[in-house]
Design a binder for this molecule. Structure first.
Ligand code: AMP
Length: 249
């Protein structure tokens, strides 16, 4: 069974996002970009399934500019077998990515796909679900445990009230929650090995797929800055201020 893992290159989670002065989006110039953390978890899970003999091959796929090859190499250093870059400089919305992934999954005869539950740049949380709908596959979002036996995947999902366990017939898609696993440390020998793995580059423009955006970003703004705290003299003043000044949000 082949597994497809979607990996997106995003602003590194340690970098504080800055909004462009014209409010048109987040400023990515000269910033550190890395693999979306949820996609690292997706890669790790797929590699564990291959190591357990459940999967035969892990294919990592990224959609974006040439530099996404670096992200695919990192995914291959975690242990993915090969990578596919669907290359484009166009801004991609979740529906466009889902369609491009549909193309790869169909061409490769993939039976199981793992997406991150959300990309930490746009926080859309839509792509895996749209992919599942386009493929007509079963889907389970926010997976915190995955077991595959024969043609059935048993998935534990993190939901508000606790945990939900679902059984799905393959082919299927899941999106990863934070608690699914802890990705392994990428070692130097594995970085070297990853350099030799196959990385196919396909131009998105040559696929005849409509990836035109459906939405327009009107404005992006920084979160409101937090007001500095104050020190109170004693409990009596604290109670007084809470009574008179505290607001229910
Ligand atoms: P989103 O719906 O944008 O929050 O993204 C959810 C997940 O879809 C990510 O964690 C990735 O697994 C996948 N994804 C989104 N955009 C891309 C992309 N450009 N290339 C590869 N995977 C992507």
């Amino acid at each position: 069974m082949k597994i497809l893992v979607a990996v997106k290159r995003v602003l590194d989670y340690n970098v504080k996002a800055r909004v462009k002065s014209d409010g048109s989006g987040v400023d990515l110039a000269n910033q550190k970009l890395s693999m979306n953390p949820f996609d690292e978890i997706a890669c790790e899970e797929a590699v564990r399934l291959r190591e357990a003999g459940v999967a035969s091959e892990v294919i990592v796929v990224s959609c974006g500019p040439t530099v996404c090859q670096e992200t695919l190499r990192s995914a291959m250093a975690i242990g993915a077998d090969r990578g596919v870059l669907i290359e484009t400089d166009a801004g991609l919305e979740p529906l466009a990515v889902a369609k491009l992934m549909q193309h790869v999954a169909t061409k490769e005869g993939v039976q199981f796909a793992i997406f991150g539950k959300q990309a930490i740049d746009d926080d859309a949380g839509q792509t895996g679900q749209m992919f599942g709908a386009l493929m007509g596959w079963a889907q389970a979002s926010f997976a915190s445990k995955v077991e595959i036996s024969g043609d059935t995947a048993t998935i534990t999902r993190e939901i508000d009230g606790g945990l939900e366990t679902l059984a799905m017939k393959l082919p299927a898609v899941i999106t990863t929650d934070l608690r699914l696993n802890e990705p392994r440390f990428i070692t130097l020998p594995n970085i070297m090995k990853a350099k030799k793995k196959t990385l196919e580059v396909v131009k998105a423009a040559e696929l005849g797929i409509d990836i035109a955006p459906r939405t327009v970003t009107l404005h992006v703004s920084e979160p409101a800055t937090r007001k500095a705290g104050i020190k109170v003299a004693d409990t009596a003043e604290l109670v007084k201020r809470l009574r008179e000044e505290a607001k229910v949000i």
